[in-house]
Design a protein around this ligand. Sequence first.
Ligand code: ISE
Length: 333
Amino acid sequence: MPVRTGVIGVGLMGAEHARLLTDAVSGSEVAAVFDVDPERAEAVAAASGARVFDDPMVLIKDDSIDAVLIASADKTHEQFVLACLAAGKPVLCEKPLTPDVAGSIRIVAAEVELGRRLVTVGFMRRYDPGYADLKAALRSGDLGQALLLRCVHRNAASVPVPSAVLISGSAVHEIDIARWLLDEELVSVTVHCPRRSSNSGDTQDPMLLVFASASGVLVDVEVFLNAGYGYDVRCELVAESGTVLLDSPAPTVRRAAGSLARAVPGDWRQRFTEAYRRELQDWVDAVAAGEPPRGASAWDGYAATVMADAGIRALDTGRTQDAVPRDQPALYR
Ligand code: ISE
């Protein structure tokens, strides 16, 4: 029996998840779809033969649905994740888990109360082969201790957004991947604001964030939403006896008209397709086996939200901010 998934929210990302669950993940079926835009829901449902629901809470409770994927607006995540926990259903929620710290605390508390892990947060980079290589290099011990992590996060273009979205929507990936790579918490953040791009309206774009980890590693992150030329994510680990660079991967190099070129992906769906596919396959496999999920947990989602929140305070105040997460409950250790 395939795992029958209900997808809530089928905008850009939800539609991509539905496509991957249908075409690229084995043992899975998109059985139900909800979206605030019924036409969008119909279009995605038609491609997978799914049923369209007009109430997401009814979809979550429906006996024919084994697991739920949430890719709706950030502010709706909490109510849907809590409803999945109440229904005892595994749920994969797109990042951020919630836009606010209080919402993430309520989700963690509900899962701890339930006593078993059902929530996964869509920090898909943990499944990217390049980041896995970086982590393996650090773990091998051959490079000595990590000293710096230098990250670049550029989007080709963005609709106008408040400056805080560079942190809550984009840098939040860097926060999660730094915690995962270094295997420790980030404890403080400073935000530097260079000249704004004339392509970015009133938004502080680009932005430079510097995080410190508990053991003293510095993580610098450039976020630039209107970089113009494409989607570019890089990460260089600087350690005591060497460095490892994760560059924008392109399978081919083109030589033509006197130049040498590698294509740059248009957006994150192209850059991270394999990571999304692996994340979904792993999730579906765990659901099918009745095992706890292996991706980022509700606790990881909470920790990322705490740090993003500190980043937004640092942006607003111009001062370094500490992030102080609560004690980690035993369920997540
Ligand atoms: C977008 O919302 C995402 O989630 C992407 O993964 C991120 O890289 C991008 O910067 C965001 O705008």
